[in-house]
Design a protein around this ligand. Structure first.
Ligand code: NAD
Ligand code: 13P
Length: 343
């Protein structure tokens, strides 16, 4: 049987943490996978050195996941096309705003029997509305695309603290293969027949996490945050079931659903920056630069994208939490309205 060769497209905080896991797993399951993994790095200078050179020399992503070694079978590659050459499995893990450019570059260069999985939490805005990222990749590259999403704060997983995740598959054999690629003793993988449900939970929970950060900035307490989590989860389900078909209720009880909402509302970057937004009154864009050292927020952009769709369909009032979060982030609405406008 021909072995699978994995290439990773992305190398941020999560991209690097998950690549460490895959790099160990491909060795452990050497009967199924080739040993070497190429990881595409969006090239930049760090202390006047190319990041790819630093990663390959130190076996560590010194900018996006400092302090954690990458196994020697990972090679950082600045050229996207070179990264995917010979790969039979593509793992997409770039911030969602960059995925289209990546797909445009890869178009026509990927064989139709290549398998792919997206770990990206976000949507793509198209004329017809918000398109799941798995559909964008699938349409551009003409390949089947699964999704992986869960309560997965990257640094905690790099620390090998127990976590769960969810893989959404269309083809159960592929789902099981991906499970072997990602699962470890401390990183437990559930699989479910709901690609879009899994990925859209990951996209929308980032908006709820902005709401949780606003509540934290206002020091409103745990009951208020729990209310935002509960209402947020209901709006996530309503949004997904209004605009997409085949979303399973069961998906919301997997790691990608309720668990990711909770961890993101307590520990994530969106929460942290939204709290600072309330405390400092600085714009999100400025805080992202000041606080995240090149890492990217997904929740503010997704809040705007969700609002554009609900407004276009005259449905803003059906999603009072999402709408209020958008207005606080972009329209100068007072943060205190986070609770006043949703009851
Ligand atoms: P990140 O936010 O840590 O890093 C940003 C990345 O974007 C860097 O690799 C940077 O090189 C790259 N980049 C900057 N400009 C670019 C451009 N023009 N084109 C392409 N790439 C560019 O990245 P991350 O945490 O790996 O996030 C990737 C996805 O994974 C996101 O959708 C995120 O929501 C999701 N995710 C993150 C975590 C986490 O804890 N970090 C956990 C689960 C899922
Ligand atoms: P943040 O991007 O808010 O850090 O969330 C990370 C995440 O997706 C945890 O599952």
């Amino acid at each position: 049987m021909k072995k699978e060769r994995v290439a990773v497209i992305g190398s941020g905080n999560w991209g690097s943490a998950i690549t460490r896991i895959m790099a160990n797993n491909v060795i452990e399951h050497g009967n199924l996978f080739e040993r070497d993994i190429n990881m595409w790095v969006f090239e930049e200078l760090v202390n006047n050195r190319k990041l790819t050179e630093l990663i390959n020399e130190k076996h560590e992503n010194v900018k996006y996941l400092p302090g954690y070694k990458l196994p020697n079978n990972v090679r950082a590659v600045p050229d996207l096309i070179e990264t995917v050459q010979e790969a039979t499995i593509l793992v997409f893990v770039v911030p969602h705003q960059f995925v289209l450019k990546v797909c445009e570059k890869l178009k026509g260069k990927i064989s139709s029997d290549v398998k792919a999985i997206s770990l990206i939490k976000g949507f793509h805005v198209s004329e017809s509305g918000l398109k799941p990222i798995t559909h964008v990749i699938s349409e551009y590259l003409n390949i089947n695309v699964a999704s992986l999403s869960g309560a997965n704060i990257a640094n905690e997983i790099a620390d090998e603290k127990f976590s769960e995740t969810t893989i959404g598959y269309t083809n159960v054999k592929e789902g099981e293969l991906f499970k072997i690629l990602f699962q470890t003793k401390y990183f437990r993988v559930g699989i479910i027949d709901d690609v879009v449900g899994v990925e859209l939970c990951g996209a929308l929970k980032n908006v709820v996490a902005i709401g949780a950060g606003i509540v934290d900035g206002l020091k409103m307490g745990d009951n208020t945050k729990a209310a935002v989590i509960r209402i947020g989860l209901l709006e996530m389900r309503k949004f997904m079931q209004t605009f997409y078909s085949g979303i399973k209720d069961e998906t919301f009880f997997q790691s990608c659903g309720i668990a990711d909402v909770i961890t993101s509302c307590y520990g994530g970057r969106n929460r942290k920056v939204a709290e600072a937004f309330v405390l400092t009154k600085k714009p999100f864009e400025q805080l992202e630069k000041e606080m995240l050292n090149g890492q990217k927020l997904q929740g503010t952009l997704t809040a705007k994208e969700v609002y554009q769709v609900t407004k276009r369909k005259d449905l803003e009032k059906e999603f009072p939490l999402f709408t209020t979060i958008y207005r606080i982030a972009y329209d100068g609405l007072a943060p205190e309205r986070i609770v006043k406008d949703i009851v």
